[in-house]
Design a protein around this ligand. Structure first.
Ligand code: FCB
Length: 448
């Protein structure tokens, strides 16, 4: 099975960027050569991670990075999106850790040598534990620590980076980590959720200011997770439920960064849940963006159940991934069109899209046709949005390889490369080969 798009598609053009993505905590391992982060602490608590695993070894990428880079090269991608482990590059007293920095510099140099553009995420959820000990994202000071880290690391990297994103999915950090407590640090309070979100947004704004000064030639932006929120029926209560979910998930982050204000639903919050906004904050949060990264996995459908409460509804007739997420490519076109209509968007990159499937490794192969279908459907969905006027510049498959899927541990496999965690052997899945062939057919067109 192949992945293909019409030659006339904006996604078939030679300057459209294709990449693969990872994040430090999910692949690096080598925890003994960095300071602990909130995910180390969370993994050590009972019953937080489905398979009771942790990130101590993960894909051992820290030690196998050269082999992994060769793998990335063999996939013929234009770009590699990965994150910097804050606790690896910064000491507790706020200085750069030369060894940690050297690791990323070698990686950046090797990527540049291979002509693979480095897309660097500065924060993909692994907050240094010593900052969590002082309140983590509930503490406004953490935003300023982030700024200082961005300042030092961007100077150290010099001109090696192609693109920076300040944060990956602040919604997940705040909502899953501080409101639902199912991600690190595992706190549970609605007020905490909004407080953490505000400080994350502030960190983004402060980080963007530093990047504009230290790294004006890179593409600087932020990565948000988005899902269109549909009402189950046309009833007012379902429509209200979908509206509230949309405000909370999509606009709570998009509106501050793009327009410097929180969405209207802020007026429905009780006083104790209001974000701790200080004078000038919204202006700091709303910095010019060179691009916005959007991560998409699935849609959400809501039913209103009274008391301003809502339930998620799922359509049992759709295919599901192993995460229990509906496969719904149309949702990606829809959310791109919705956001493009509502906001003046900077250029858009799809910075994550992919699926955990029930892979089986047999005879040195993984025949993950379902994942190929997922990519085909979603690339077509991105192409449809681009044809309808959304300025989309790139697409990154999540993920380069199977890795530590947060609270799900290692059981959910998102890779286009299979990882045998016993031997650390990597095997390109059929989806990886299909993605490679799709990308290289474009390269052939480019040179023809
Ligand atoms: C996103 C995360 C990423 C990965 C995928 C499946 O929310 O950014 O690290 O876990 O989900």
């Amino acid at each position: 099975m192949k992945i293909s798009l019409a030659e006339s598609s904006p996604l078939s053009q030679p300057d459209f960027t294709y990449g693969v993505a990872t994040a430090a905590f999910q692949i690096e391992g080598a925890a003994d050569s960095r300071r602990p982060c909130i995910w180390d602490t969370f993994c050590a608590m009972p019953d937080k991670i489905k398979d009771s695993s942790d990130g101590l070894v993960a894909c051992d990428h820290f030690n196998r990075w050269q082999q992994d880079l060769a793998l990335i090269g063999s996939l013929e991608v234009d770009a590699y999106r990965f994150s910097i482990s804050w606790p690896r590059v910064m000491t507790q007293s706020g200085e750069l850790d030369p060894q940690g920095v050297a690791f990323y510099i070698q990686l950046l140099d090797a990527l540049n040598q291979k002509n693979i553009k480095p897309y660097v995420t500065l924060y993909h959820w692994d907050l240094p534990q010593h900052l969590e000990d002082k309140g983590g994202w509930l503490n406004r000071e953490t935003a300023y620590h982030f700024r200082d880290y961005v300042d030092l690391i961007s100077q150290a990297f010099g001109d090696r980076v192609f693109s920076y994103s300040t944060l990956n999915e602040p919604f997940c950090s705040a909502y899953l980590g501080y409101e639902l407590g199912i991600h690190a640090p595992g706190l549970k309070s609605k007020a905490y959720g909004k407080q953490a979100a505000h400080h994350l947004l502030l960190a983004h704004g402060l980080g963007m200011q530093v990047l504009a000064k230290n790294s004006p030639n890179t593409l600087n932006g932020i990565v948000l997770n988005v899902s269109p929120c549909y009402p189950k029926t046309d009833s007012e209560k379902d429509k209200d439920a979908a509206w509230a979910a949309d405000q909370n998930l999509n606009h709570w982050y998009a509106m501050p960064v793009l327009e410097g204000r929180y969405p209207e639903s802020i007026n429905t919050l009780p006083n104790e849940e209001l974000p701790p906004i200080k004078e000038g904050d919204m202006g700091i949060i709303c910095q010019p963006l060179d691009y916005i990264g959007l991560n998409y996995y699935t849609r959400e459908v809501y039913e209103g159940v009274g008391n301003n409460d809502r339930h998620k509804w799922v359509d049992e007739s759709l295919p599901f991934t192993e995460m229990g997420w509906e496969v719904y490519p149309q949702g990606l076109t829809d959310i791109l069109l919705q956001l493009n209509k509502q906001y003046t968007l900077p250029p858009v990159y799809i910075t994550e899209n992919g699926a955990a499937m029930a892979d089986t490794y047999a005879d040195g192969q993984v025949q993950d046709t379902d994942r190929i279908e997922y990519f085909q459907g979603h690339l077509q969905a991105v192409s449809d949005a681009a044809e309808q006027g959304v300025d989309i510049r790139g697409y990154f498959a999540w993920s380069l390889m199977d890795n530590f899927e947060w609270a799900e541990g290692y059981e959910k496999r998102f890779g286009i490369v299979y990882v045998d965690y016993e031997t650390q052997q990597r095997t390109i899945k059929a989806s990886g080969l299909a993605y490679r062939d799709f990308i290289s057919s474009r390269h052939l067109a480019k040179s023809a």
